[in-house]
Design a protein around this ligand. Structure first.
Ligand code: GDP
Length: 442
């Protein structure tokens, strides 16, 4: 869960206000003191915390709260709105050039996730039917060009490179020319990172900037580094006008400091967040959804978007037909599980449901291994058995258990579950039919 500890502490502090018929200034003060501590412990910039608390307090003792019938809820609403404002109000898209190609310059320190993120961005654009080109401008690290080529191959996006004998400015210029000739609409330039900010690196970036005039300068920073990430962003922004920030490694145990401070400190928007090492784990950043997630209010919109992106509509329609005609088999069940796995880790999905907090997820004990087990069991069945589970007698059950490395109880449980699911589907179908008929004949 993102920012687990911060989320838990904020929810805890605010829960004390819930359900109170009247709030005194002292109640608000006490809750805000806890909120302040939680933010500071999450490594949010001190000045940002102070401004945030001041703003919330002024609104919380004002009439919008005091005259409300549910003052506690009102304060939570204010905290949610101010958290959103802190992170930038609304989601910001990539700046594009009116005449393609759009040039995107990626920069950041070594290890922040620049190369991976360049690949993720290319993948993201390709999925939107764009034609990106990746450019290898890190000529210092021997493995850097190769790394970008591997990433490019994985996302099936071409990589422009001229080896490490040329200087990055010439490579960038040549890449833009090549991109124009080959009708690429996005050119993503991966540049060299250093362990620390240094003069030479900045000069080089500035030279590339001046020669290709990018529409986007995206700074990639590691969210796990907290305030250091904010300092890095400030320095880059001073020396090279950045246009947006990509925060990586939000899937790890980042405390939240970078995400909550970076916008206020630099004035530049967070445009994307990295949610894992895989190349499809880049999400557009929505400040309002992030605030809701932190406050345990869920993120239904992201959940729906994720489902839309990973579920094959044609297959879903076929499945619906099968359910209607009672032809849903164990094979279909297997396919369903596969599609669900594409959605991402289960606990991450559950965390997006409103009202679910980190404590509940721990208690739920979501076990991905159970799904793997079910898959193994179905895969150990013959085609005939998957089509018609009624033929699975006790000797077949033993064989399936052996084949899948499980035991007969596991097989029994799955068969029972499947039977129940089919029964439920039939009930829904029948219900649908009755309702249709009623509708038709009035
Ligand atoms: P670069 O030196 O800035 O180009 O960084 P790399 O792209 O080589 O990434 C450094 C490490 O961070 C690699 O092991 C990546 O797999 C990992 N990484 C990048 N983005 C993410 C992310 O969003 N989540 C996680 N968990 N790891 C990431």
């Amino acid at each position: 869960m993102v920012f687990e500890s911060l989320s838990e502490k904020l929810q805890n502090a605010l829960s004390k206000l819930k359900g109170k018929g009247k709030l005194s200034e002292k109640d608000v003060d006490l809750a805000m003191r806890e909120v302040k501590l939680a933010l500071l412990e999450a490594d949010v910039n001190y000045k940002v915390v102070k401004d945030f608390i001041d703003k919330v307090k002024v609104r919380a003792v004002g009439s919008e709260v005091m005259e409300s019938l549910t003052p506690g809820q009102q304060v939570i609403k204010i905290v949610n709105e101010e958290l959103t404002n802190l992170m930038g109000e609304k989601a910001e898209k990539i700046n594009t050039s009116p005449i393609p190609p759009t040039v995107i310059l990626m920069c950041g320190l070594q290890g922040a996730g620049k190369t991976t993120t360049a690949g993720k961005l290319a993948y993201n654009l390709k999925k939107q039917n764009k034609k990106p080109l990746l450019v290898a401008c890190d000529v210092y690290r021997p493995a850097a060009i190769k790394q970008l080529e591997v990433v490019g191959e994985r996302v099936e996006v071409p990589v422009f490179s001229m080896g490490n004998k040329n200087n990055p400015v010439d490579i960038a210029k040549a890449a833009v020319e090549y991109g124009k000739k080959n009708s690429h609409d996005f050119i993503i330039i991966d540049t060299a990172g250093r362990l620390h900010i240094d003069e030479t690196l900045m000069k080089e970036l500035k030279n590339i900037y001046d020669s290709v005039k990018p529409q986007e300068v995206l700074l990639v920073v590691d969210a796990m580094t907290g305030q250091d990430a904010v300092n890095v962003a400030e320095t880059f922004n001073d020396m090279l006008e950045i246009t947006g920030i990509i925060l990586t490694k939000l899937d790890g145990d980042a405390r939240g400091g970078a995400a909550l401070s970076i916008r206020s400190v630099t004035g530049k928007p967070i445009k994307f967040i990295g949610m894992g090492e895989k190349l499809d784990q880049l999400e557009p950043f929505h400040p309002d959804r992030m605030a809701s997630r932190i406050l345990g209010m869920g993120d239904v919109l992201s959940l729906i978007e994720r489902a839309q992106a990973s579920i094959d509509e044609k297959k879903a329609l076929e499945l619906e037909k099968k359910i209607r005609s009672q032809q849903f088999t164990l094979d279909d069940f297997l396919e369903q599980l596969d599609q669900m796995k594409n959605l991402g880790p289960l606990d991450e999905l559950i965390a997006m449901i409103p009202g679910v907090n980190s404590k509940m997820i721990k208690n739920l004990n979501v076990d991905e291994r159970e799904i793997v087990k079910i898959q193994a069991i179905i895969q150990s069945m013959t085609i005939e058995e998957r089509e018609n589970p009624a033929i699975i007698d006790s000797s077949r059950r033993k064989r399936i258990a052996m084949g899948s490395g499980t035991n007969v109880q596991d097989v029994n449980r799955l068969l029972k579950q499947f039977k129940e699911t089919k029964k439920m589907m039939k009930r829904f179908n029948d219900m649908g039919k009755t309702m249709n008929k009623k509708g038709k004949f009035g």
